[in-house]
Design a protein around this ligand. Structure first.
Ligand code: ME8
Length: 529
């Protein structure tokens, strides 16, 4: 179990809680894959990790989607939230908690939270009229809209709404929020998004409506069952209720003692305002601690437009996984999209990258090294890897690169971490080509002994790759580990400290060489070059 208690605070990280208006798409999968890599890395460091994901199931958008399918909202939510769970399994996502906002324990937490905010004098009743985007579930300022009052994100006209609602006194928190961000500039990541958040706050925060009279698919407002709680005021609290262990008497206190505040909310940049402005103010009002960091990643795009359920221009993660396997999907999006920036998908590039990096640089290096070891050393390591590498600069190269990978993972830059790990593979291939152990073996004597040591050196580098890349491609890395003669238990309990040179010992017997990553093929006809 990698969840070794280190005695310190747990590392609590969250994905967004996804709307169940439609099944998951590659954008939802992307946030979750990234969160999974971070969770797995933290576990490798020996941290106790609580990795939270789940579904956001209330509100007008969901009720409308259910009605369009002719189904009852709660049945609809069951089906779609199950589709998320299934996809997470297919993508090898190691979440610890899956929270559904229709869970009764969540409802209890939301009501308690609402009552605290009310008791703090931050909720009042007023009339409101404004332009509403149902897909964003948000009232919009006219100046942020396109022609015909269209939402710039969803390209659909907003509707004029007038309601008598309960309001949250966000404006009261303007100063406190400004101070918080000045004191903790790392709260918003990547750092280039901090300015955006600061300028929203500076431009003036307006109180926002936290109830809906027109929506009945939601949690009733305490003491007023004619209104339901606004879906965002409800959903953000899923991060807290996910932590509450007690099913019968869930309460904020139990959630707090199970690990609140979160160390990291991982979200897309589209919902940064909710997480970096509304949410901290809500928490301040209720007297709860703020999360330590909100990271807003970029969008996966198709033809330059955000890929999304509302626009219907999505990529099917199920298709990708079935066609190419989860290691390839995870690797491509983590390696090729710089975390924080937007990234475009193309099948050609996908195939080129995973074949070049996973099948060739890593897989093929392992396969040909094991082939030579089998032929010349009965698949057995002749000496310890520390002895084999004595006085050899290659060892230092590997140690420097793996340390670089660690720093990048820490900085939430999985793409640069992958890059550093891939460089170990490139260095291994160059070493192999320069040393040409196959010809040394032919010479026999001391040359042959040196060649046997070279194989140990290369396999040790591959062992280090298998640990370092395991947050990104866990199954592939386990197959590498197995080829190196380790058990599943040894793989599962490995920690980052084992990326130190010296894990492979003389006498260890390697498995029969077998490709660990099958090349993926283009499904469409080859076009002329
Ligand atoms: O916003 N590229 O849910 P949602 C990258 N329920 N990531 C994308 C993406 C894309 N094209 N499209 C979506 C909600 N995402 C709320 C959240 S949290 C308490 C409530 C990812 O299903 C990205 O993380 O619309 C985005 O923030 C999230 O999915 C929105 O998912």
């Amino acid at each position: 179990d990698k969840n070794l208690q280190d005695g310190g605070e747990p590392f609590v990280l969250t994905t967004p809680l996804y709307y169940v208006n439609a099944p998951p798409h590659m954008g939802s999968a992307y946030s979750t894959i990234a969160a999974d890599a971070i969770a797995r890395f933290q576990r490798l460091l020996g941290k106790k990790v609580v990795f939270i994901t789940g579904t956001d199931e209330h509100g007008e958008k969901i009720a409308t989607a259910a009605a369009a399918q002719g189904s009852d909202p709660s049945e609809h939510c069951d089906v779609i939230s199950q589709a998320y769970k299934t996809l997470w399994k297919d993508l090898d996502i190691s979440y610890d908690k899956f929270i559904r906002t229709t869970d009764p324990k969540h409802e209890a937490i939301v009501k308690e939270f609402y009552s605290r905010v009310l008791a703090n004098g931050d909720i009042y009743r007023a009339d409101y009229e404004g332009l509403y985007c149902v897909n964003c579930e948000e009232y919009k300022d006219e100046k942020e809209l396109l022609d015909n009052n269209c939402c710039p994100m969803h390209l659909k006209p907003c509707v004029l709404r007038k309601e008598d609602n309960y309001f949250f006194a966000l404006s009261k928190y303007q100063k406190l929020l400004e101070e918080t961000l000045t004191q903790n500039p790392n709260f918003v990541q990547p750092s280039f998004r901090l300015n955006e958040v600061q300028s929203w706050i500076k431009s003036g925060l307006r109180d926002f409506s936290i109830s809906r009279a027109s929506v009945d698919w939601g949690i009733p407002v305490p003491n007023d069952n004619k209104q339901t709680i606004y879906v965002w005021f409800d959903a953000l609290l899923g991060y807290v209720s996910a932590l509450s262990e007690v099913a019968e008497q869930p309460n904020l206190q139990s959630a707090v003692s199970s690990g609140w505040p979160a160390s990291l909310h991982l979200i897309g940049k589209d919902i940064l305002r909710f997480h970096a402005v509304y949410w901290p103010a809500m928490l301040m009002s209720a007297g709860l601690s703020l999360p330590k960091m909100v990271f807003g990643h970029g969008f996966l795009t198709k033809d330059g437009m955000k890929m999304g359920k509302s626009l219907g221009n999505t990529l099917e993660p199920n298709d990708l996984v079935h066609k190419f396997g989860h290691d390839a999907v995870r690797y491509f999006f983590l390696k090729e999209v710089e975390f924080g920036s937007d990234g475009d998908y193309s099948e050609d590039r996908f195939i080129k990258i995973v074949n070049a990096h996973l099948a060739n640089t890593i897989g093929n290096l392992l396969n040909r090294t094991l082939g030579l070891l089998k032929k010349n050393c009965q698949s057995t390591l002749v000496v310890d890897s520390t002895v084999a590498a004595e006085g050899n600069a290659f060892q230092d190269t590997v140690q420097k690169l793996v340390e670089k990978a660690r720093v990048h993972y820490e900085k939430l830059s999985p793409s640069s971490a992958c890059e550093a790990i891939l460089e170990i593979g490139n260095a291994g291939n160059s070493y192999m080509d320069e040393r040409a152990p196959w010809s040394l073996f032919k010479k026999g004597g001391a040359a042959s002994e040196a060649a046997a040591k070279d194989l140990v050196i290369i396999l040790e580098a591959l062992r280090i790759i298998a640990i370092a890349l395991s947050p990104v491609t866990p199954s592939l890395c386990w197959r590498i580990y197995a080829q190196l003669g380790f058990s599943k238990d040894q793989f599962d309990t490995a920690t980052w400290s084992e990326t130190k040179w010296g894990g492979l010992k003389g006498g260890q017997v390697m498995a029969q060489p077998k490709p660990v990553f099958a090349r993926v093929e283009n499904q469409v006809e080859e076009e002329d070059a």
